[in-house]
Design a protein around this ligand. Structure first.
Ligand SMILES: [Zn+2]
Length: 103
């Protein structure tokens, strides 16, 4: 799902994919320790990749729906799940479910 959203915004660079793989391996370990946490994993991985990209190439994913200064989307619920969606940080409006930015 995270990869689909990276591709949707042309950000599936080798660095981003490598950040995604790192996030997945650490969150997989985490979910193994706490199986009930599985529903949070996808959203947490998205947040990890978002943090990694912020340090290198900048904000991802950007909100395309609003006028005005460039701003990002963030994952709601903040815990990463269940049913993570991208929300505009300015308006608080839901933009798309995680994995569906292209749609
Ligand atoms: Zn917005």
């Amino acid at each position: 799902m995270v990869l689909a959203d990276l591709e949707a915004r042309k950000r599936a660079t080798p660095d981003a994919v490598s950040a995604l793989e790192d996030a997945m391996s650490s969150r997989t370990w985490w979910a193994e320790q706490w199986p009930e946490g599985e529903m949070y994993v996808a959203g947490l991985v998205a947040q990890d990749v978002q943090d990694a990209l912020l340090e290198t190439v900048g904000r991802w994913p950007l909100c395309l729906g609003c006028p005005g200064p460039e701003h990002a989307l963030y994952i709601q619920p903040d815990l990463g799940g269940p049913d993570p969606v991208w929300v505009c940080e300015e308006t608080g409006q839901t933009v798309a479910p995680l994995g569906s930015l292209a749609g």
